[in-house]
Design a protein around this ligand. Structure first.
Ligand code: ADE
Ligand code: ZN
Length: 336
């Protein structure tokens, strides 16, 4: 059995605010003199019972309210990067939700300076590379997204791509076509959450109107065979988050997850953790638990790790080096 944790991999679907563990929420709340609604870490964790995406988002936005200073953002990202390294993550493409901070009066610069300092230090001290992806909250207006894009322009070199997240149904990709056109013209790559709770038509719009390089989630793509063929032919990756899909009831249980079907259909599916502090596992747990529930072979697990590298935004030389490492590890596991 291959060691999925040790395999070099990239994490491509990870909200930094979703890595905010209750212990750190309490620590930062105390530091900032903020009173929380829950009296203890245990009481907060006990509230993590979700019925759908919105019930999660309500508690997710509440948790991040305690973030105020550059140091807070630095500590949040550093805690994630340490855990990621321990689980074989060699490169992370990290979402952040600027509007969830600027709308509470935190300066864009505070958020980005804190996060990017943590990424730079982790590269130097832990050897993990990373990029930031700025997400627009799709339940807010297109105008608010455009203002956020303009705020980001002075930090253009710190952000590799723009994305789209938050409440999906009723907020289709088409709402943000002009913002994404502008973002691409400014040199950003694009990704979008689509096909998590929304149907395949949201994935079509993400491809045709937002020109995304990857689709975040995209689980519901399987309902449309023509879409599956398009994703397969163009090798457009899906950033799948199995434990998230169970917690938010996108699938009933892990054993029902369509990840194996996606691999068998030739899709570039990847495994990621989404909001690990809320969904019960970082990327390593997502790999291990999903492989066990679906009976994935060592070849499947190696394919998933390779897909994560292929679908990342790193250069081809770095990709080749990581592919070689994965192949060496796979060969030694096969001969053990
Ligand atoms: N923001 C954080 N996690 C999310 C998810 N799974 N879907 C949409 N928006 C999110
Ligand atoms: Zn997500």
């Amino acid at each position: 059995m291959i060691d999925a944790i040790a395999l070099p991999k990239a994490e491509l679907h990870l909200h930094i605010e979703g890595t905010f563990e209750p212990e750190l929420i309490f620590e930062i709340a105390a530091r900032n003199g903020v009173t929380l609604k829950y009296p203890t870490v245990e009481a907060l964790r006990a509230a993590y019972e979700f019925t759908d995406l919105q019930s999660f988002l309500d508690i997710y936005y509440e948790g991040m309210n305690v973030l105020r200073t550059e140091r807070d953002y630095y500590d949040l990202a550093t805690a994630y990067l340490r855990r990621a390294v321990a689980q074989g993550v060699r490169h992370a493409e990290i979402f952040f939700d600027p509007q969830a901070h600027t709308d509470r009066g935190i300066a864009f610069g505070t958020v980005i300076e804190g996060l990017s300092a943590a990424l730079a230090d982790a590269r130097r001290d832990l050897g993990i590379t990373s990029h930031l992806i700025m997400c627009f909250l799709r339940d807010l207006s297109a105008q608010s997204a455009m203002e956020t894009l303009e705020r980001a322009l002075p930090y253009r070199d710190r952000i590799v791509a723009v994305g789209l997240d938050s409440a999906e149904v009723g907020n289709p990709p088409s709402k943000f076509q002009a913002v994404f056109d502008r973002a691409r013209a400014e040199g950003f790559l694009t990704v979008a959450h689509a096909g998590e709770e929304g149907g395949p038509e949201y994935v079509w719009e993400a491809l045709d109107l937002l020109h995304v390089s990857r689709v975040d989630h995209g689980v519901r793509s399987l309902e449309d065979p023509v879409l599956v063929e398009r994703l397969r032919r163009q090798r457009i990756a899906l950033t799948i988050c199995p434990l998230s899909n169970v917690k938010l009831r996108v699938v009933d249980k892990l054993a029902d997850h369509p990840l194996k079907k996606m691999l068998d259909a030739g899709l570039v599916a990847t495994v990621n953790s989404d909001d690990p502090a809320y969904f019960g596992g970082y990327v390593g747990e997502n790999f291990v638990q999903t492989a066990a529930a679906l009976g994935l072979s060592d070849d499947d697990v190696v394919t998933l790790a390779k897909h994560s590298i292929e679908a990342s935004f790193i250069d081809d030389v770095s990709k080749r080096a990581l592919f070689d490492e994965i192949e060496r590890l796979a060969a030694s596991a096969a001969s053990a």
